[in-house]
Design a protein around this ligand. Structure first.
Ligand SMILES: Cc1cc2nc3c(=O)[nH]c(=O)nc-3n(C[C@H](O)[C@H](O)[C@H](O)COP(=O)(O)O)c2cc1C
Length: 353
């Protein structure tokens, strides 16, 4: 699949998740098979660009190309400025967020709130596409199927986006008012795909190789995007790609592979966030990695009390020492089972619900 002049290595992408898919995690997912990754949403308001949070999101050192940055906002000029600013900081693709259901974002009429105002959608897209075109940078759009089930307008928005020059569109099969309730539906994504010539990326509740294959076949989408099921499971991308290519399952990782993956991830994570934030923000990742392992339940509360990075790593390494490194993490599993289930993904720091 292509986005502008970029050819992506495979159609299995990691979804942007604020507070989760930071630079270290995106890199890890790509190393473990994700064909593409978009950054967490970055604010378009210049007053926020110097905040610690936004400056971290602007840091793409060592990131694997194409670096794609997502911007969110409601003011067309500010969004265009944000696009230019991010291109100057290394973005090769700009993604516009019109899917975020968070109150904080929707109350200022950005994210998915924009779906109720198609005129505003057109102004924003036009404004961003214009400045990006001058810099030869493709613009993509990520959105939901509509504001609510009575006003699903994804097909209309998608056609508008294509006409304006959007290079690809990602569709989460829920409306804004659905939040994360119920199940994602794929009929609207299928309809959008039938309507458009630009690539369509299907998103929502894809949590296993079988589901990935089903969604690709049903919607005829060009690619799929996996969010929550990739939390604590960055190898899901190679599992899905393998299944799509061969129709069989890769063996689950062994305890040794999981240990190495987690410890490498933590090292990169600490370097990125520093000691204080690093040890704290690592806890959720550790929880996700270990959540489904039968004997990790008593260890997790203990690891959450540790406040130094070296102790955190030592405790994890010691916990893994108790397990044979060659034993698969799901002994006897023939197919991805519990680790495919979406985890409890709402964490306090970003309140993404
Ligand atoms: C914790 C969290 C943070 C998210 N942050 C973003 C974001 O910054 N930008 C965005 O477009 N979508 C964001 N999303 C939505 C996901 O990209 C994705 O559309 C949604 O989770 C549905 O996919 P899934 O069922 O595979 O998780 C976020 C989702 C979660 C769970």
């Amino acid at each position: 699949m292509r986005i502008g002049s970029w050819t992506l290595p495979n159609p299995v992408f990691v979804a942007p998740m604020a507070g989760v898919t930071d630079r270290p995690y995106r890199k890890l997912c790509k190393m473990l098979g994700a064909g593409y990754a978009v950054s967490e949403m970055a604010a378009s308001n210049p007053r926020l660009w110097n905040s610690v949070k936004t400056s971290r999101r602007l840091n793409h050192d060592g990131e694997i190309d194409p670096i794609a940055v997502q911007i969110a906002g409601s003011d067309p000029d500010m969004m265009a400025e944000a696009a230019i600013f991010n291109i100057d900081k290394g973005a090769r693709i700009i993604d516009i967020n019109m899917g975020c259901p968070v109150k904080k974002v929707c109350n200022v009429a950005s994210g998915s709130a924009l779906l109720r105002n198609e005129k505003q959608v057109a102004s924003i897209l036009r404004s961003v596409v214009d400045v990006c075109r001058q810099r030869d940078v493709p613009v993509t759009l990520k959105t939901r199927t509509g504001w609510d089930r009575e006003s699903r307008n994804a097909v209309h928005i998608a056609r508008l986006a294509q006409d304006i020059g959007i290079a690809a569109i990602t569709l989460h099969g829920r409306t804004r008012c659905d939040l994360y309730q119920g199940e994602a539906e794929y009929d609207t994504i299928r309809e959008v795909k039938q309507t458009l010539q630009i690539p369509v990326i299907a998103n929502g509740d894809i949590d296993s190789p079988e589901k990935a294959q089903f969604v690709l076949e049903y919607t005829k989408a060009d690619a799929i995007m996996v969010g929550r099921a990739a939390q604590g499971r960055p190898w899901i991308f190679r599992e899905i790609s393998h299944y799509l290519a061969h129709g069989s399952h890769l063996s689950p990782p062994t305890y040794g592979e999981l240990r190495d993956c987690l410890l490498d991830h933590l090292e990169d994570h600490y370097q990125f966030y520093g000691e204080f934030t690093g040890v704290r923000s690592a806890r959720k990742h550790i929880g996700w990695y270990l959540a489904d392992l039968p004997d990790a339940q008593s260890f997790l509360p203990q690891v959450n009390t540790i406040s130094s990075t070296s102790e955190q790593t030592r405790a994890i390494a010691q916990w893994f020492d108790r397990h044979p490194p060659n034993e698969p993490i799901m002994a006897g599993a023939t197919e991805c089972a519990s680790v495919c289930q979406p985890k409890n993904f709402i964490t306090k720091d970003h309140e993404y619900n």
